[in-house]
Ligand binder design. Sequence first.
Ligand SMILES: Cc1cc2nc3c(=O)[nH]c(=O)nc-3n(C[C@H](O)[C@H](O)[C@H](O)COP(=O)(O)OP(=O)(O)OC[C@H]3O[C@@H](n4cnc5c(N)ncnc54)[C@H](O)[C@@H]3O)c2cc1C
Length: 437
Amino acid sequence: MGGRVDDPSNMSATTSSEIMPVPAPKSSPLHIVIVGGGLGGLTLAVALGKAGVKVDLFEQSPAFAQIGAGIHLGPNTIRALRLLGLGEEYDAAGETEEGGGLFFEWWDGRTDKKYGETFTKYPRSSCHRARLLEALLRGMPSNVQAHFSTRVNGVESVGNKARLKYTASRKGAQGGEGPSEEGFIDADVIVGADGVKSVIRTALQLPSPKHAFPSIEGKELPPASYRYTGTYCYRGLVPMDKAKSIDPQDQTVTNSVAVDRMWFAPNSHILTFPIEQGKILNVVAFISDRSKPKDQRFFDGPWVKPVSHETLMNDFKDYHEHPRRLLELFDDFGHQQWALHEVMSPLTWRKGRITLLGDSAHASLPHNGAGAGQAIEDSYVLTRLLSHPECTPDNVEEFLQAYEDVRKPRTSLSSYTRSRLERCTSLHRPSVTTWRR
Ligand SMILES: Cc1cc2nc3c(=O)[nH]c(=O)nc-3n(C[C@H](O)[C@H](O)[C@H](O)COP(=O)(O)OP(=O)(O)OC[C@H]3O[C@@H](n4cnc5c(N)ncnc54)[C@H](O)[C@@H]3O)c2cc1C
């Protein structure tokens, strides 16, 4: 991820007295199907379940799983979790500095000179992804039924219901893979929380935003989809005692690896922040190629692929020995390149009773550390609406439209601040020098 954005619009969500917690459970007449058990789908499932709504969740993997990496959550996300009644679970999993404080230290990657620091007065929080997953699972109510190893193939509207089609893999007699089983389920609402490659978004054939295709002026726009951003990254977790050893003589370095920090250089940056009560340093190292226009960046091959240690070190060969020593400490997990893709968020997220949430609707580069946060905010708003006493199977489409009306501008703003930050952190914008002391 990248640095969080403490812009005033983000903060409004933390201060508005009009924001209400999700009401105490009552019996809801709705039945909701969620596709995808990532942080977005899982948060929505737990929140809806707690609000008394019957939920079926379909996940293609055999279990809920999170990669071993850290995550930053902004103040609005923490607020959304608390309003969803998941505050206690989160507080046990993550570390939040309620009064804010040092937000980031900014360092030149090539010279290891400090540009400066930024501070925030708002709560700041980080967490191990696995702990966040555990926290959400602890809050899972019994009216949520999870269907694992079940891949969703498509959706359609059938009368006043939405229909989901799936293929479930069954275990064979020896515990291996057995025969698969085709099936369908009807629901009042289907929510596609199935990530960047979303089958649900593809099935809905939603219209693309015109601005995403500057190079195809005059031609017909394809349906909204995803594309390569031109950026890949390496992610690693380094034990803090080892991280601090990158230069035992240099107190500046040893102290500051323990705070949130960014080293940057043209077309690249390295981000670090502590997790697990400061015992682990989360490190993400980004490389960007902006030589082609946005709609002409293509990527072939697996999005996550193992690479050699030399490849990693060669990508940061112009960096100072301090950040390079940190990369030397990467474990095997850090020797994987992650090609980062974004979703050209469709003009509308909804068709009838089927809608999108999280990355499937609005994935973008992680430079403002807000993708999961936005998915959690989506979950809060959608839960508030679907558990509203006046929401029924007959009028639910109006509530889904209200969800989109609230969330679309908000997530677009988040993508916009992310792209501004990206130009700064990879020095794509000369004005970044104005940050220097
Ligand atoms: C390097 C990096 C750092 C990041 N750091 C941060 C950060 O610090 N803070 C932050 O807020 N965000 C961060 N993000 C973004 C964040 O990780 C994502 O925005 C978030 O995880 C998206 O969650 P999701 O549930 O929408 O999608 P996903 O996590 O992609 O989940 C989708 C789920 O759907 C399942 N699925 C897919 N297709 C099907 C199908 N056909 N049938 C059944 N199941 C299916 C998948 O198996 C998966 O479990 C970062 C991202 C990256 C790449």
